[in-house]
Design a protein around this ligand. Sequence first.
Ligand code: FES
Length: 160
Amino acid sequence: MNVDITKIDQIVEKYKDKDDVPYISILQDINDEYRYLPEEALHRVSKKMEVPMSHLYSLATFYKCFSLVPRGDHEIQVCMGTACHVRGASRILEKLTRDLQVRPGQTSENGKFSLDTVNCVGACAQGPLVVFDGKYVGKLTLNKIEKLLGGNHEKDKKTS
Ligand code: FES
């Protein structure tokens, strides 16, 4: 991934004169731009703001909304809360792990899907449930997963 340093500088400029520098906002803007936090971008922020890389990494690793590795085109979060768990969330996660050939926290080789787990998202009656690109997909069955993935992940895996 090529990082546009000018873009990073623009983000830093937006916040640098604030009294209490909002590093989280800077990281959020970068994460929104690239859908993860490229190391090169963090180095630029560190240099421009004269803040240690260790501080930026501690924020980047503490908040789950940030990623230090490239994310897929689609984000899938499997709810592993108690209600979803008793309704078969483990089987859903197993199938996604197998079909996409990724573990939670990883992105599929074709760059299409990132898989994660979350705890209860407050829609227990809909379990088992996944959050797909921010939308809740409830009462999920193993058969519905193919549809959810668009039915093309197998083809994509072979052509990538
Ligand atoms: S346990 Fe999954 S939404 Fe509550």
